[in-house]
Ligand binder design. Structure first.
Ligand code: ADP
Length: 408
């Protein structure tokens, strides 16, 4: 096993807590803009058989094993273990804060916020908006407060980046009283889009004020229309179900289908949830897998159809978002599929050729940063996303601002 060198620097812990796993990273290195990850890892199997894995910045394994010192569902115990491990591994380092990825900020949270008892109560109120994710985000914050009460925590929201959207992009055509209750389009993957909004002007300074569609294509997938680095529209809505097909989610579906399934086939809320979150998308269409790699490597016609359906809908949404913001100056691919699938990028670009999009096949295969052909009217980029870095930057920013306001 590799070992980390001693360090006396401040460290920021980043946590992405799910139902059965807790992914983490530790960032070090001075100011928020200079930090780098020194450790990444996860505790998987929470609730059943916890397993701990950690790697250093060079992807060398630092730890990999069963975690049986505490109860399998004891989140505070598991976080206590993680904190001890970090203290031991990063000798001399001082953990100054923890930043959490929080899926839903509702209408209240439009920026990262220091976690307090009041904030936790306000987040509890948002659970009905994201019942599969929010409770786990909150549980991790509560557990960490229990084992390390003096460690400042910051919540960073996947919805916050979209708060700049005009009302037309945020509103369903439903009675106003329902909209007032919060039934509106929020959008997700905001931390990823925010990172891309920072990166793109570094990669292509001439696009700082451009109309850009960013395609975040992972096992969850959405697209975002950005003007001058601000979100103006996005494909996900009230929940992370809307938009393009995903690994196991269908994307946009005629709501009449749901009424039909309830009336004619007796589906209840739980069955609909299972169908829409776990059994549809690439898995449902292919009958084979939710993983794009499996579909690309398969000879099954249904696998090819699933890939085609995915690309068709991504291309359609690029065009729809260009229409929504009134222009298209660049397209960016990011996340697992967007960064890695040469086939998906090529098929989507082909379908957008009428908009003046043309890809250079060699650059696409090589996963170059700029993959458009010389003659392409619209430049096309691959920009790897980094949501963890965004969370660490926000977290250190919020802590610094809090300290400044205390000193004033
Ligand atoms: P999430 O964060 O939403 O879980 P990621 O952004 O990590 O997802 O993307 C995961 C997906 O990326 C995998 O399910 C797989 O389909 C896809 N992927 C990863 N590598 C490749 C590859 N080389 N070719 C095609 N698809 C890939």
């Amino acid at each position: 096993m590799a070992a980390l060198s001693n360090s006396s620097e401040d460290a920021c812990l980043v946590i992405n807590a799910g139902s059965s796993s807790l992914k983490f990273s530790v960032f070090q290195g001075g100011s928020a803009s200079e930090i780098e990850p020194v450790v990444t890892g996860q505790i998987s199997g929470i609730g059943t058989a916890p397993h701990f894995q950690a790697k250093d910045a060079q992807r060398r394994v630092l730890a990999d094993g069963v975690l049986d010192e505490v109860g399998p569902a004891d989140r505070a115990g598991l976080l206590g273990f993680l904190l001890n491990w970090i203290r031991h591994e990063l000798k001399g380092a001082t953990l100054v804060a923890a930043g959490h990825r929080v899926v839903h900020g509702g209408t209240r949270f439009s920026a990262p916020v220091r976690v307090t008892a009041t904030v936790l109560d306000q987040l509890e109120e948002l659970i009905p908006l994201a019942p599969l994710h929010e409770p786990h985000n909150i549980a991790a914050m509560r557990a960490l407060a229990q084992v390390y009460p003096s460690l400042p925590q910051v919540a960073c929201f996947d919805t916050a980046f979209h708060q700049t959207q005009p009302w037309q992009s945020q509103t369903f055509a439903i009675p106003r009283e329902l909209t007032a209750e919060g039934i509106r389009r929020y959008g997700f993957h905001g931390l990823s889009y925010e990172y891309i909004a920072h990166r793109l002007p570094q990669v292509a300074p001439e696009l700082a004020n451009a109309h850009v569609v960013v395609c975040h294509l992972g096992s969850g997938a959405s697209l975002c229309a950005m003007r001058a680095g601000h979100s103006v529209d996005t494909t996900m809505g009230f929940t992370a179900l809307d938009g393009v097909p995903m690994g196991t989610r269908p994307g946009a579906i005629d709501p009449g289908v749901l009424i039909y399934l309830m009336r004619e086939k007796g589906y209840g809320a739980d069955e609909l949830e299972k169908l829409l979150y776990h059994k549809s998308g690439m898995l449902g269409v292919s009958g084979l897998s939710n993983d794009m790699r499996d579909l690309e490597n398969s000879d099954l016609p249904a696998a090819a159809e699933a890939v085609e359906l995915f690309c068709h809908n991504v291309a359609k949404q690029v065009a729809a978002l260009a229409g929504s913001m009134g222009g298209l100056d660049a397209v960016v691919f990011t996340a697992g599929v967007g960064e890695n699938s040469t086939l998906v990028r090529a098929r989507v670009a082909e379908k957008l050729s009428w908009l003046g999009v043309a890809i250079d096949p060699a650059a696409n295969r090589a996963k170059a940063t700029r993959i458009s052909a010389q003659e392409s009217r619209v430049p096309v980029f691959i920009i790897p996303t980094d949501e963890e870095r965004m969370i660490a930057r926000h977290t250190l920013g919020v802590i610094a601002a809090t300290q400044l306001s205390r000193a004033a």
